[in-house]
Ligand binder design. Structure first.
Ligand SMILES: Cc1cc2nc3c(=O)[nH]c(=O)nc-3n(C[C@H](O)[C@H](O)[C@H](O)COP(=O)(O)OP(=O)(O)OC[C@H]3O[C@@H](n4cnc5c(N)ncnc54)[C@H](O)[C@@H]3O)c2cc1C
Ligand SMILES: NC(=O)c1ccc[n+]([C@@H]2O[C@H](COP(=O)([O-])OP(=O)(O)OC[C@H]3O[C@@H](n4cnc5c(N)ncnc54)[C@H](OP(=O)(O)O)[C@@H]3O)[C@@H](O)[C@H]2O)c1
Ligand SMILES: Cc1cc2nc3c(=O)[nH]c(=O)nc-3n(C[C@H](O)[C@H](O)[C@H](O)COP(=O)(O)O)c2cc1C
Length: 599
């Protein structure tokens, strides 16, 4: 692309040489001092803005970016990577990608198929593509920004040209996003104006990492500071009651924290992060097993010095084992039986070994490996917050934040065990004790903006949580749209969470339809998706009337099965081929009428 040329008076124009020289001088002057005129002359770019987002942050930034590109005269297209194909990407010449990381360094929900296709062995090269990646993540996770990093690495390996260095942003996205945006816009404008683009400046790392608020040297907590994961609110627990009856094999709790006067704000559909701590009895057993007294000074990775007792209580995972922990421990102790499990081809046996064991089991089964507190701290991963879908509405349950928590308990290898956070909430704090909490917004899981739009909510087990909030909020806001809830649990007698509230809403018509599936009250399991099939004609009618569909709860099986059932309801009731039904469901998603909050 060449530099825009200054207009000039041709030699054969009817002017004297002096007049021509004077006019050419005038044109050159106007041209150099009129950026708008230059702008009109320059060829603008078509730019694909792509995002991989679970709770909406990356999507929100992508929309801002597209707006800004448009205001600068470019032609942006915006799309999620869910359902997007690498072939479509290869056909683009400029792409800006905003990608968050989930799970254990994974792609957000639904984006993995895109990445897998990109990794196919014979995937065509992408030399035509210039791109930039903004990776969103959280430094508290072991695999910081991993999906964004993987995507960037893969695109570079396929021959695509990086426009600028990848930015890896911690949860505080605003400043890093602004810096990255300025950089990419300048590069794109250079390209549009024909100035050569030289790619990112080589540096020690191919990425720019932005620090988390905790890394900054500011004083820790000021009264003005916004509540966040790094500066959580110490909220007092004001209510705890079992939603399950004592005959149930499992316990699910309703918990309320007071947030009165704290400045903590949330919206229904958001999640609450709880910063947990380990069980003191287990910490004591570990210290005793290792013959430490807990006062040993240790330094946490990228963190301050503290005592071993504090590190094991607040900062490190001691209840579960990962391959990495077993590897480090086995190598240090030359533990032959463990090394066997780590051999290639033995993953299944290793999975079985780690499934129901924790650090205490390694110490008991293979004693004498660790004699230095620092060594222990170095091999254990960081303890991370746990998220819970909020089950209250801020406008109905004012001054409170309520949760619905299933308590994880099990017994293995002669030890009673439990989930770190759910047992803390159940057993290890008393009413009026405080816990550090913060809000994890979920911009994608919100009430329909149209108050008259029908809503279908599918939430077995603790998946009921956000729907309780939605139902209360819709009533308080006077929304007249119809509400349909599918709820499932093990038994009507013992596990019907919020039964009174739900049945009262059904009785007074706020819940237009309530379908329950109690899986263990008969010989064959009945699940929420069976109720969807039984009600398929009505389900289809609601969809035709513009209903939004919401799913919350277990991701590993339930959400997948419900998705399949949704497709099959559409296929049969809409008399479509399977592919058309999938497209219909994909359209529901793109119209923001199919939302999932699954874990
Ligand atoms: C966005 C989001 C929303 C969520 N909302 C909710 C919610 O509303 N309510 C809710 O209850 N949870 C919710 N969760 C899950 C929650 O965050 C925690 O994962 C859950 O409470 C378990 O945490 P824990 O610390 O108690 O257990 P952990 O210490 O994390 O241990 C749990 C692990 O224990 C192991 N385990 C469990 N049972 C057994 C067994 N029988 N044998 C061997 N191993 C076992 C499994 O590896 C399991 O992953 C949500 C998660 C996310 C990501
Ligand atoms: N990853 C995490 O961090 C995390 C944390 C907590 C819970 N979970 C998952 O979330 C799930 C929900 O936990 P919960 O305590 O809220 O609910 P739950 O009581 O375990 O399950 C609720 C109901 O869903 C049923 N169900 C099981 N498989 C299903 C499927 N494929 N489709 C539809 N319904 C199905 C259950 O039936 P049956 O049990 O009778 O089969 C039960 O009736 C757990 O099973 C667990 O896998 C994950
Ligand atoms: C359950 C869960 C798991 C996460 N796992 C990681 C992770 O492994 N690595 C990471 O860097 N960030 C992780 N994050 C942080 C998110 O990537 C970060 O909050 C991001 O800003 C979310 O962007 P989104 O709203 O567009 O989905 C995780 C967040 C959640 C809620």
């Amino acid at each position: 692309m060449s530099e825009p040329r200054v207009p000039f008076i041709p030699d054969n124009a009817p002017f004297t040489p002096e007049q021509r020289a004077w006019l050419n001088g005038l044109l050159a002057g106007i041209f150099s001092s009129a950026p708008a005129a230059v702008a009109e002359a320059r060829p603008f770019l078509r730019v694909a803005v792509l995002y991989a987002s679970q709770s909406g942050t990356a999507e929100g930034l992508a929309r801002k970016l597209a707006k800004e590109l448009k205001s600068q005269g470019h032609t942006p297209s915006i799309s999620t990577l869910v359902g997007y194909t690498p072939a479509a990407l290869a056909a683009e010449s400029h792409a800006l990608i905003l990608a968050s990381t989930y799970g254990d360094g994974d792609a957000p929900d639904g984006v993995q198929p895109f990445y897998e296709q990109l990794c196919f062995e014979h995937f065509p090269r992408m030399e035509k593509l210039s791109y930039a990646v903004f990776a969103l993540g959280d430094k508290h996770y072991e695999h910081f920004c991993k999906f964004g990093v993987d995507l960037d690495t893969k695109l570079a390996a396929l021959g695509a040209n990086p426009l600028c260095r990848r930015v890896e942003s911690d949860v505080d996205v605003d400043a890093p996003f602004a810096a990255w945006k300025t950089d990419v816009l300048a590069k794109l404008n250079d390209i549009a104006q024909g100035r050569t683009h030289k790619g990112p400046t080589p540096a020690a790392s191919s990425a720019v990492q932005y620090p988390s608020p905790a890394d900054k040297t500011e004083p820790a907590q000021t009264s003005q500071k916004a509540i966040s994961r790094d500066s959580p609110l110490l909220a007092p627990l004001v209510e705890r009651r079992a939603l399950t009856q004592s005959l149930s094999a499992k316990v699910t709790l309703h918990l309320a924290f007071s947030i009165q006067g704290s400045g903590l704000r949330y919206e229904s559909g958001d999640s609450c992060g709880v910063i947990p701590k380990n069980d003191q009895n287990l910490v004591a057993d570990i210290l005793q097993g290792l013959r430490f007294n807990g006062n040993e000074e240790v330094t946490l990775a990228k963190g301050p010095s503290t005592t071993l007792h504090d590190a094991l209580t607040h900062h490190l995972v001691i209840t579960r084992l990962s391959r990495k922990v077993v590897q480090e421990y086995a190598t240090r102790g030359k533990c032959a039986r463990l090394l066997e499990l780590l051999a290639p081809g033995e993953q299944e046996r290793l999975d079985q070994y780690v499934y129901d064991r924790g650090l205490i089991d390694l110490l008991t089964e293979f004693p004498g490996v660790i004699d230095d507190a620092a060594e222990l701290v170095a091999i254990l991963p960081k303890l991370t917050p746990r998220l819970y879908s909020i089950s209250s509405s801020p406008i109905v349950h004012t001054g409170q934040l309520q949760l619905t928590v299933a308590v994880v308990r099990f017994q293995s290898h002669n030890r009673k065990r439990g989930g770190v956070c759910s047992t803390l909430l159940a057993d290890r704090i008393s009413i009026d004790d405080t816990l550090p909490i913060y809000i994890q917004p979920n911009k994608k899981f919100k009430l329909p903006s149209d108050p008259d739009a029908p809503m279908i909510m599918i939430g077995p087990g603790t998946g009921i949580a956000p729907f309780r909030a939605f139902l209360h909020e819709r009533r308080a806001l006077g929304h007249r749209g119809k509400n349909w809830l599918f709820f499932g649990s093990r038994s009507v007698e013992s596990d019907y969470l919020y039964r009174d509230e739900l049945e009262a809403m059904r009785a007074d018509g706020h819940l237009t339809q309530l379908d329950t599936a109690f899986s263990r009250d008969q010989k064959d399991s009945i699940y929420v998706q069976d109720r969807m099939l039984e009600n398929a004609p009505a389900f289809w009618r609601w969809l035709q009337e513009g209903a939004s569909v919401y799913v919350c709860g277990d991701a590993s099986r339930m959400a997948k099965d419900v998705h399949k059932t949704l497709c099959s309801v559409v296929e049969k009731q809409g008399a479509m081929q399977a592919e058309a039904a999938e497209e219909y469901v994909a359209t529901l998603k793109s119209q923001h009428r199919y939302h999932r909050d699954v874990y």
